[in-house]
Ligand binder design. Sequence first.
Ligand code: ATP
Ligand code: MG
Length: 428
Amino acid sequence: MSKNIQTVRGMHDILPAETAAWQRLEQILRGLMHAYGYQEIRLPLLEKTELFSRSIGEVTDIVEKEMYTFEDRNGDSLSLRPEGTAGCVRAGIQHGILHNQIQRLWYMGTMYRHERPQKGRYREFRQLGVEVFGLPGPDVDAEMILLGVRLWRQLGLSDLRLELNSIGSAEERLRYRDGLVKYFTAHRKLLDQDSLERLERNPLRILDSKNPAMQQIIADAPPFSDCLGSESLSHLDGVRAILDQAGVEYTINPKLVRGLDYYNLTVFEWKTTALGAQDTVCAGGRFDGLVEQLGGSATPAIGFAIGLERLLSVMQLQDKQETYAPDACLLITGQVSAAIGMQLTEMIRDALPHRSIVYHCGSASLKSQLKRADRSGAGFALIVGDEEQQAATITVKFLREDRAQNTISRAELANFLENEINRANGRK
Ligand code: ATP
Ligand code: MG
């Protein structure tokens, strides 16, 4: 017998039991974006490979090892997007919506990276990406961070810590790079294989190493601040002044760099203590050079991305997740026809458009219908039998309360049910 086909390694189905939590999170994220005046942009999952190598950088983990790249039937090299910024900038340039304009944009969707799957690290995962174009900051840098603060508060999460750094201008990074190469070359013996390769090709990446054995030598490396000029320092001070005024706590992490080449000045990460090694829930920074690098006119920009699986894991650990249950189930018994049952359910849905009413399909005894309704988590069973049909009533049975059932006229049912649902929800 052939084996059943399974998902691709590192990719996951999101099952019905989990979608309520996803939907609630997505709804909150959409509301948050609206509250800050950001507009949604929807982008293809596939782009030309060149887009990513030209933006993320040839010598980065993503481009070197993690992309799903293939030739399509025309022989064009295409890649599944490993992140959203490159595609967003491409679209902005292609449609002329960046030049001399301010754009506050967001997108949500799957990203693909061929990494070693482990908790919090998958090959298909979801991000909310947020990008602002046309504002040189530092005020907008702080806005991005305040947006995060508000989100964690809305989700009731208290353990996310903010790390902030400036990685300066391209010239400052070159100067810093020289110092790093000197430092790491002097400590060559302590470097792992990955870092030795990075030392040759992209030494800043060493600071981004996840290898625990590398952490001490990284901690002792020279800090970026040594190489920052007055403009970069005052930009960082500008961000800090707003955060301080708003009472936002943060640590300056002078070794914080990002895994992609296009960043400059402000970079930041929100980290949690709840997830072990995969501790970064949200990461971002300024990328003032990217639009020009991809062929547009020079446009300041900043963005961040939230890893939604990681965010949901934190919420789950703190028991902040939602589950779905219908509000009520309609059951028929006796001689009542499915046509009548279905019609009554439609009427209730007309009257209560925001409630979830499930019709019992199929034939079964009242007892087993009630069992099924109970198992669904519904609060109420609405029963229509011969007597109810005769008298134009519906019997409401309370599935979550020890309470005598109630027979209500059809005309009053919607009001009655709405009140009872509200009362029950208030009790939760
Ligand atoms: P990490 O350091 O954890 O590898 P990264 O620097 O590669 O992250 P970014 O490219 O900045 O991550 O992506 C932003 C966010 O997306 C991360 O902070 C994380 O929450 C999430 N993320 C990145 N890669 C994965 C993945 N393979 N699986 C799940 N979430 C991911
Ligand atoms: Mg990574």
